[in-house]
Design a protein around this ligand. Structure first.
Ligand SMILES: Nc1nc2c(ncn2[C@@H]2O[C@H](COP(=O)(O)OP(=O)(O)OP(=O)(O)O)[C@@H](O)[C@H]2O)c(=O)[nH]1
Ligand SMILES: [Mg+2]
Length: 342
């Protein structure tokens, strides 16, 4: 018998008890690229998985400066005051800002992070979107297992990260500030189509009237789209994160959306769909990694590339040749006995 993984079992137990330091360690393991850490993280997550699934997974995206950080801090405080435990994670593959986008510059956010019912973790450093998204998904599961009833995942909205976040949450929220004139400026239509909730922030002072107009405009625009699910028609609300106004209405809407999805069986269906897509993404990424790590394939690729450049070979034919060799090579490794027959 191999030695039992005492460390994982103890760490899992502490995470399940809601120990924040244990949760932080668990996520450090999840984010580590060391093979032994990855193995440990996998066995840890296997222990945590049965204790996940209860949380409200809330995604936040929005234009730069719309007030995402201010909003997350405000709603976080609002929810903590109601007795909720709130975790905040981020997907930011660009890692432009050191330490990630959440904690970097916000002293109020740092104050919130001190509360025992709050767990805040910046985006894992660097890597591909796929890698960052995977680690954030797994970190979110660890937070759920630690009893965080609300898990907020923020994206700074670079490239495909919004789609990735939409694909790991129950309620995908688009946060906007009222702009001048063309309210739909700068927001990709595809992102609006993903939104379960649109919040027009900065509905205060001089911007109040513009915020109300923007809300009407978005409501009209959303009516032209077919809702992603028959169980829920996306709503548009205004709020002021700065003055902490409209937050309870936002939370009530999130709870109503949750209830509607749950009642229609759509929450389970959505999560199942997400899990399936995650699996496929992992398989594709794993295949690519294996291919890139295979020296024979790398050599062959270099040869094929020059053939293709010189138009002596079609790219499709070259790709097939490479894959056939790669897959055959892999298969041979799985059958060492057969290679001995003469
Ligand atoms: N008037 C008003 N200002 C706000 C509100 N929320 C945020 N702000 C201000 O808008 C600016 C940007 O806020 P952030 O919370 O940093 O916005 P963000 O979306 O996180 O910005 P990035 O992370 O840079 O994309 C700050 O000066 C905030 O004080 C609000 O409800 N009303
Ligand atoms: Mg921010």
């Amino acid at each position: 018998l191999s030695e039992p993984r005492e460390g994982d079992a103890q760490l899992a137990e502490r995470v399940l008890k809601g120990d924040r330091r244990a949760l932080a360690r668990a996520i450090t393991l999840i984010e580590s690229r060391r093979p032994d850490h990855q193995e440990q993280a996998e066995s840890l997550l296997a222990r945590l998985l049965p204790h996940t699934g209860q949380a409200i997974r809330l995604g936040i995206t929005g234009t730069p400066g719309a007030g995402k950080s201010t909003f997350i801090e405000a709603i976080g405080r609002h929810l903590v005051a109601q007795g909720h435990k709130v975790a905040v994670l981020a997907v930011d593959p660009s890692s432009r800002r050191s330490g990630g986008s959440i904690l970097g510059d916000k002293t109020r956010m740092q104050a919130l992070a001190q509360a025992p019912q709050v767990f805040i973790r910046p985006s894992p450093a660097g890597g591909t979107l796929g890698g960052v998204a995977r680690r954030t998904r797994e970190a979110a599961l660890a937070c759920e297992a630690a009893g965080y009833g609300v898990v907020v995942i923020e994206t700074v909205g670079v490239g495909q990260s919004e789609t990735a976040v939409a694909d790991m949450v129950d309620c995908f929220t688009l946060l906007l500030a009222p702009g001048g004139g063309d309210e739909l400026q700068g927001i990709k239509r595809g992102i609006i189509e993903l939104a379960d909730l649109v919040l027009v922030n900065k509905a205060d002072g001089d911007l109040l009237a513009a915020a109300k107009r923007a809300r009407a405009d978005y409501q009209a625009a959303l009516h032209l789209l077919r809702p992603a699910t028959p169980a829920w028609t996306p709503e548009v609300l205004t709020c002021s994160a700065l003055h902490e106004e409209g937050l309870e209405a936002v939370w009530q809407t999130i709870c109503r959306q949750r209830g509607a999805l749950e009642q229609a069986g759509e929450l389970a269906a959505r999560r199942a769909r997400q899990a399936r897509r995650w699996l496929r993404t992992e398989i594709e990424a794993g295949l690519l990694d294996a291919l890139r790590a295979d020296p024979a394939s790398r050599r062959l690729l270099a040869e094929l590339e020059s053939e293709v450049e010189a138009t002596r070979l079609l790219p499709s034919a070259a790709a097939r040749r490479l894959l056939r060799r790669f897959l055959a090579g892999d298969a041979a490794k799985d059958r060492p006995q057969q290679t001995c027959t003469s």
